[in-house]
Design a protein around this ligand. Structure first.
Ligand SMILES: O=C[C@H](O)COP(=O)(O)O
Length: 214
């Protein structure tokens, strides 16, 4: 299982989370990545943890003020990027172009989607992975794997019906090792989570719990 920790715009210490994630990944032998604010990519990557951007723009080099250039993200040390997160929705054409921009920059891609139908559309763009997240459960206390297990199994089926090479992650409300193993049993190959770590009093302990059943 891949654990991708999105720090969103939470007021946590990105370096504290990054160093904890690096250490827990090494100790447990589990792949863990941290996705900080764009301004923190380089300092997070310098800790040695696998680092992801929260978004990249569809454009390449040029007159695109305010964009988040995939090449710049890669130069800062990111190895992958989220796209179309529920809190940063984009048009299909722009998601497609952003996947291509990320590929050109050598970034791994994960396209987020609300439901299995959108997962199928996202998989058709041939990212490395897709992540299903029901918006109503994001930031809550109940894991998607418990509250809506069918959305995970249906997303796995939808993605494999389009492209078997696209990995399927799930997210929303995941905070414990039990949540992670339940998601794995439902067919997810990764977890996208945020508040369970970014808002935890002890991010290291939260990460240790998340990987405890793997
Ligand atoms: O990117 C992460 C997801 O939106 C899930 O957030 P959450 O773990 O706070 O529910």
């Amino acid at each position: 299982m891949f654990i991708l920790v999105n720090l969103k715009a939470y007021p946590c210490d990105p370096i504290e989370v990054a160093t904890a994630a690096r250490d827990v990944a090494e100790d447990a032998g589990v792949r863990i990545a941290v996705s900080p604010q764009a301004a923190h990519l380089e300092s997070v990557a310098d800790t040695g943890v696998e680092t992801w951007a929260q978004h990249v723009s569809p454009n390449g080099y040029g007159s695109f003020t305010g964009s988040t250039l995939a090449e710049a993200v890669a130069e800062a040390g990111a190895e992958g990027t989220l796209l179309n997160h529920s809190e940063n929705r984009r048009k299909l054409a722009d998601i497609d172009a952003a996947v291509r921009a990320a590929e050109r920059a050598g970034l791994e891609t994960c396209v987020c989607a609300n439901n299995p139908d959108q997962i199928a559309a996202a998989a058709a763009l041939q990212p490395d992975s897709v992540a299903v997240e029901p918006p109503a459960l994001i930031g809550g206390d109940v894991s998607v794997a418990t509250a809506d297990p069918d959305i995970v199994t249906d997303a796995v089926a939808a993605a494999s019906g389009v492209d078997e090479d696209v990995d399927v992650y799930c997210g929303a409300g995941i905070s414990t090792g039990d949540d992670v193993t339940t998601a794995e049993e439902l067919g997810a190959s990764g977890i996208l989570l945020a508040s369970g770590v970014a808002k935890a009093d002890d991010p290291r302990a939260a990460l240790e719990d998340l990987v405890s059943g793997l």
